[in-house]
Design a protein around this ligand. Structure first.
Ligand code: BG6
Ligand code: MG
Length: 216
């Protein structure tokens, strides 16, 4: 029986991948590194520091620790500029209804995100109160596909991993859920996310949370 839901943030609740793209591309351009949509795809679910490492590797660039910190701070400043205007209208289709319904049905709800900007984003879109626990990039150290973020989410809900279902849009996130021994519903393309127990395109497809997570 599933009693808890663990939500990734970026790409599941809001489409912030487009803002991460703008910010990383600005940095890559300044460093003369090619960064396109294909590269951005590979950074979904990946922590800020690991994302930077990957971009530098793709560009064949080696930087000192202080320079890396400088570029991470700069990228985040550009990202914050992008998300400053966000509001509830950016919540992805069906998500607000799904969260409200899940709570009404007595399911526990946690966030399991790699982002250090999760709380300000949830505040801006008015969904902070929808979560019983928040596990984000300020809490965990291991990047997905390590299951740490979801295991900690389950622990904070007082549930065992097998009592939880994860919602993810990233391949690394699906792998993290499976490695943690959880069920997983992926949001996106079946050819990329096919290892999940079910792949949906939108939460509009699953209006009844209890039914959706217990029929996997
Ligand atoms: C994940 C995103 O949710 O958070 C990644 O999918 C991002 O693209 C990561 O790098 C860290 O985010 P932030 O906001 O701490 O830079
Ligand atoms: Mg995501």
């Amino acid at each position: 029986m599933i009693r808890g839901l663990l939500f990734d943030l970026d790409g599941v609740i809001v489409d912030t991948a487009k803002y991460h793209f703008v910010a990383w591309q600005r940095m890559a351009a300044a460093l003369n590194i090619h960064f396109g949509h294909e590269e951005n795809e590979q950074l979904k679910g990946i922590s800020r520091v690991e994302s930077l490492e990957r971009i530098l590797t793709w560009g064949g660039l080696t930087l000192a620790q202080e320079e890396k910190q400088h570029w991470m701070d700069q990228k985040n400043a550009w990202y914050l500029e992008c998300i400053a205007q966000m509001g509830p209208e950016e919540i992805l289709p069906g998500v607000a209804h799904f969260l409200a319904e899940a709570r009404a049905q007595g399911l526990s709800i946690a966030l399991g995100s790699a982002s250090k900007n999760a709380v300000p984003i949830l505040e801006r879109i008015g969904l902070l109160d929808a979560f019983d626990a928040i596990v984000d990039g300020t809490v965990v150290t291991a990047s997905k596909p390590n299951p740490e973020v979801f295991l900690e989410g389950a622990r904070r809900l007082g549930l065992r991993p097998e009592e939880c279902c994860v919602f993810e849009d990233a391949e690394a996130g699906v792998e993290a859920a499976l490695a943690g021994g959880m069920r997983c519903i992926a949001v996106g393309q079946p050819d990329v996310l096919g290892r999940a127990h079910r792949v949906i395109q939108s939460f509009d497809q699953i209006p009844n949370p209890t039914e959706a997570v217990n029929s996997l």
